[in-house]
Design a protein around this ligand. Structure first.
Ligand SMILES: [Cu+2]
Length: 463
């Protein structure tokens, strides 16, 4: 009998059960150091530079990093905090930092040529914004993004709400990605696979969880864990499952859902986030495999990549047989009123070009596109139609939206999202309200090879 059971049986006051010692050390993230002692202000240094990272044991990979790590440091803030990031570019090419999902002013969005100039090699930029919404966000470059992000430039930004229920589960931030290396450990050529690579979207051969290949996380049978997950891969869809287990999804891109949903697998397109609770079960001392399983995102997707283990849970010898119920995490989300909404109709298209793969929106690649116009305070319904034989994860900068079903009604449970999948031969529809943040905002496919091939556009929100 475990100590916990023995004490519980006697009715004495007890320590809550804990995860095994060192349970999360295999996926520990470096944290950004807060340089400002004031409450309500998080001030960090962030430098993009090439650094040697050991991805495959015994091999050094010169990786593109923020602050030398893969992924970049975890930036932690609370709702309403001011976040100041002193960014330095020590790469050999220009870059910017985009804060995916954060409702910040357009000037801080990292969209080159629209909201800020590119930051040249040796240059810097100070990002300074308030984080108004709880949730897991992430940061990555918005210049030459398929290459820069694919080479390792991404990191998590966690905005916590001190008022959320306690004891949802011991928390892990999991940054999922992938990468391809040559035999000597160096990074694969970013143009590998040529036009076919661009058309499909390049996936790395190695799955990474917080920069590690197949790490082992400690767990205790019966003791809940809360996983805050972001898919930071440039093309790969993540579909995760554990045999005989279910996940309770409590949140998505922009914080909690209207109410939790039970799922037998977690699907994340590039850019999406999930907040899930899982209770591992199994024999003490055994191992559970968290598997990546193929998701059909277009021709070849399900046979090009066989199922593979993403990470493992090792169950401690002492289980917890006393299940604590999940605290209530319901959230009131008002459905947007779309009765007078402006309608925006987009088609994701492939363009005729004899030499290169060129993609576009409404038949125009990004470099020829005129911005869509919108007004502050306006509500719009976007319908994004897919004319290609590949899924596209569609991301709108700066604003959350509510996904609508074919009947025009919001999908339940209601959720605030910034990235939504547009399936092959299908469409996605969402409602968005442009709150008072005028400026130029980008939207694009988050398969970054597609975005760089032209599947990107701009939304100009004016007062
Ligand atoms: Cu795409």
């Amino acid at each position: 009998m475990s100590l916990w059971l023995a004490v519980a049986a006697t009715g004495c006051a007890v320590e809550p059960p804990s995860q095994p010692d060192g349970w999360d050390s295999a996926v520990a993230l470096q944290s950004a150091r807060d340089l400002d002692a004031r409450p309500g202000v998080v001030e960090v240094d962030l430098t993009a530079r090439v650094g040697d990272v050991e991805i495959v044991p015994g091999k050094k990979t010169p990786t593109w990093t923020y602050n030398g790590g893969l992924p970049g440091p975890l930036i932690r803030a609370s709702v309403g905090d001011r976040v100041i990031v002193h960014f330095r570019n020590e790469l050999s090419e220009p870059t910017t930092v985009h804060w995916h999902g954060v409702r910040l002013p357009a000037e801080m969005d990292g969209a080159p040529g629209h909201s800020q100039p590119e930051t040249p090699p040796g240059g810097g930029f100070t990002y300074d914004f308030v984080v108004p919404d709880a949730g897991l966000y992430w940061y990555h470059p918005h210049v030459n993004s398929a290459v820069q992000e694919g080479n390792g430039l991404y990191g998590p930004l966690l905005v916590e709400d001190p008022d959320e229920p306690a004891e949802l589960g011991d928390e892990l931030v999991l940054v999922l990605s992938d990468i391809s290396l040559r035999d000597d450990g160096s990074l694969e050529d970013p143009d590998a696979g040529g036009n076919l690579g661009t058309l499909f979207g390049r996936e790395g051969d190695l799955l990474l969880v917080n920069g590690r290949v197949n790490p082992v996380i400690g767990a205790r049978a019966g003791l809940r864990q809360r996983w805050r997950i972001v898919n930071a891969a440039k093309s790969r869809y993540y579909q995760l499952l554990i045999t005989d287990h279910r996940f309770t999804r409590i949140g998505g891109d922009g914080g909690f859902l209207e109410h939790p949903v039970e799922e037998d697998r977690i699907l994340l397109t590039p850019g999406e986030r999930a907040d899930v609770v899982v209770t591992p079960r199994g024999a003490p001392g055994s191992t559970l495999s968290v598997r990546w399983v193929p998701y059909d995102r277009g021709y070849g997707a399900t046979f090009a990549r066989p199922e593979v283990e993403a990470f493992r849970l090792r169950l401690a010898d002492e289980p917890v047989v006393h299940d604590e119920p999940l605290p209530e995490v319901a959230r009131t989300i008002e459905a947007l009123d779309t009765t007078a909404a402006r309608h925006v109709d987009l088609q994701l298209t492939r363009e005729e070009d004899s030499d290169d793969v060129v993609m576009g929106i409404n038949g125009v690649p990004s470099w020829k596109a005129e911005p869509l116009m919108a007004a502050v305070g306006e509500t719009a319904v976007w319908t994004v139609e897919n004319t290609m034989a590949f899924d596209h994860p569609f991301h709108l900068h700066g604003f959350f939206f509510q996904v609508l079903g074919a009947d025009g009604q919001p999908v339940r449970p209601l959720a605030w999202k910034d990235t939504v999948n547009v399936p092959v031969d299908g469409s996605a529809r969402f409602a968005v309200r442009y709150d008072n943040r005028p400026g130029m905002w980008m939207f694009h496919c988050h398969i970054l090879d597609h975005a760089e091939a032209g599947m990107m556009g701009m939304l100009h929100v004016v007062r």
